[in-house]
Design a protein around this ligand. Structure first.
Ligand code: 3PG
Ligand code: CO
Length: 552
């Protein structure tokens, strides 16, 4: 690879550039369920005044970010991948679809490896049970269950994680019913197939970026040891009962037991385990617990000798897990790597829950620095053990301060942040708290933009996907939907809305404006844009830049 980027014909190098990603910040009609509209967001409002030359919308969902269909909402993984890589890669969701449809998934090394346990052992499938399409998909699990049983799996145990975050709260019951009826069909065909354990994704197993290992431990105890505070003989009943005191995201761990109160599916020596999430961030911690000999994050108590494969490999550098059913997208030559090779000193900051998004995902699913002498990544510890509606300001101001200080130090050419509030609080479904969250995010943006004013720099403000701009489920004509009991249906998930991008700052050369000949521009067009603003032309195969320079 030749890393040298060509000089931009007119734009100069050496301006400090702030690159701000608002997580979960889409554009939608103004109404009472649009928390960004309701919140006081003077900074973002003033940027919008710059339309169409300095503010526009870009696509952040579906095919624009490598997802299978236009019905797929965006998410942070694919969003940050596209932002950083400047190109659109077929993402995990799509790669798994293709591998299942062609049957190639069963011909790979990963499936062969686990299938050697089918004769004597149990096949355990662990993952998020929903059709959200962000971390996993129910239809992929269904195909895998069918495919594995046709290829010799005689005893199958499914360890479910209920969602309510990428899908409506309460939908877990229906997903468990669907899975139960599939498993019943397998049993009719002589396969001993059952749900063995479960819990809500945010309380059991699916932590990320090592924010709280207790989450993974609670899952481990249920899945591997067959131990949990709640025991049921039936998973539908379990979920219904536990929902009386918690929502889908936060259901406590439970195990399914037989008539003798014995757990039906702990993981034993000789078993096979597949984690069926395709997305890495919330599965890689469990992957470590399953795979590493030396592991000290919690006491595993029991470490069965198993054959483990991920749906995908979750970390390419750690080669974790070593066995997987589908190869992950190979995202190479990211903008971060190019810019560092071309002398752009880079500072990156977010708080824990989004830290890997602007580093690992941004850099094409690669951890660590390209060149530690050129880069500094700062992680601000997130609050642990709370739901973020309780602390909707999160660490926005701390992120803003770190970015401000990095800008004012003049030691960096690019200062990149992710401001998590719109997304993390939006996911709680708490509308009032999300309004507070959006205001805090706007204040952080102001802090950074003010610093850019002081050093004569440039800012680029954008977002990775929608969330806070729409907090209710709607019918086709956009009216809010109510459930049978007349309750408003809260939308905790992301959306398919476009996101804003704004450019500005005293360092922005006169005549720079958004082109109007890339109307379908999306997140992948941002990388070339940013390279231009650093004074470079993007590589030929990057998606086109969003800006042009007109002479006055
Ligand atoms: C999560 O993992 O929190 C949600 O499923 C998706 O949110 P993110 O894509 O914004 O991280
Ligand atoms: Co999100």
């Amino acid at each position: 690879v030749s890393w040298k980027l060509a000089d931009h014909p007119t734009l100069l190098k050496g301006k400090t550039l702030a690159l701000i990603v608002l997580d979960g910040w889409g554009e939608d009609k103004p109404d009472e369920y649009n928390c960004i509209h309701v919140a006081q967001t003077p900074t973002m409002d003033s940027l919008k005044q710059g339309a169409p030359e300095k503010w526009r919308l870009i696509r952040a969902h579906g095919k624009a970010v490598g997802l299978p269909t236009e019905d797929d909402m965006g998410n942070s993984e694919v969003g940050h991948n596209a932002l950083g890589a400047g190109r659109i890669f077929a993402q995990g969701a799509k790669l798994v679809d293709i591998a299942l449809a062609s049957g190639k998934i069963y011909e790979g090394e990963g499936f062969k490896y686990i299938s050697e346990c089918f004769e004597k052992g149990t096949l355990h499938l662990i993952g998020l049970l929903s059709d959200g399409g962000v971390h996993s998909r129910l239809d992929q699990l269904q195909l895998l269950l069918k495919g594995a049983s046709e290829r010799g799996a005689k005893r199958i145990r499914v360890h479910i994680l209920t969602d309510g975050r990428d899908v409506l709260d309460g939908s877990s019951v229906g997903f468990v019913e669907t899975l139960e009826s599939d498993l019943a069909k397998l049993r009719e065909n002589g396969v001993d197939a059952q749900i063995a354990s479960g819990g809500g994704r945010m309380y059991v197993t699916m932590d990320r970026y090592e924010n709280d290992w207790d989450v993974v431990k609670r899952g481990w105890d249920a899945q591997v040891r067959g131990e949990a505070p709640h025991k049921f003989t039936n998973a539908v009943e379990a979920v219904k009962k536990l929902r009386e005191n918690a929502n889908d995201q936060y259901l406590p761990p439970f195990v399914i037991v037989d008539e003798n109160e014995k757990a039906v599916g702990p993981i034993e020596d000789g078993d096979a385990v597949v984690t069926f999430n395709f997305r890495a961030d919330r599965m890689v911690m469990l992957a470590k617990a399953l795979e590493y000999q030396d592991f000290d994050k919690f006491d595993r108590v029991k470490v069965p000798k198993i054959r483990y494969a991920g749906m995908l490999q979750y970390d390419g550098e750690l080669k974790l897990p070593g066995r997987y059913l589908v190869s992950p997208p190979e995202i190479d030559r990211t903008s971060g790597e190019y810019l560092v090779h071309n002398g752009v000193r880079t500072f990156v900051c977010s708080e824990t829950v989004k830290f890997g998004h602007v580093t690992f995902f941004w850099n094409g699913n690669r951890s660590g620095y390209f060149n530690p002498e050129m880069e500094e990544y700062v992680e601000i510890p997130s609050d642990v053990g709370i739901t973020f509606n309780v602390q909707p300001k999160m660490k926005a101001l701390e992120i803003g301060e770190k970015a401000r200080d990095a800008i004012l130090s003049r030691k960096f050419d690019q200062v990149r942040v992710n401001i998590p509030n719109g997304d993390m609080v939006g996911h709680t479904g708490d509308i009032q708290a999300t309004v507070v969250a959006c205001k805090a995010a706007d204040e952080a943006v102001k802090m950074i933009i003010d610093a850019i004013e002081q050093v004569g720099g440039i800012y680029v403000v954008t977002a990775d996907h929608g969330n806070a701009e729409d907090m209710v489920k709607r019918n086709k004509s956009g009216q809010p939907l109510y459930d049978k009991s007349g309750k408003l249906q809260i939308l905790t998930s992301h959306t398919c809305q476009p996101v804003p991008i704004a450019i500005g700052g005293p360092g922005l050369a006169a005549g720079v404006r958004f082109r109007n000949d890339v109307p379908d521009g999306g997140l992948a067009n941002v990388a070339a844009t940013v390279m231009n603003l650093h004074g470079y032309v993007a590589p030929n195969d990057y998606e086109p830049t969003l800006i042009e320079v007109v002479s006055n």
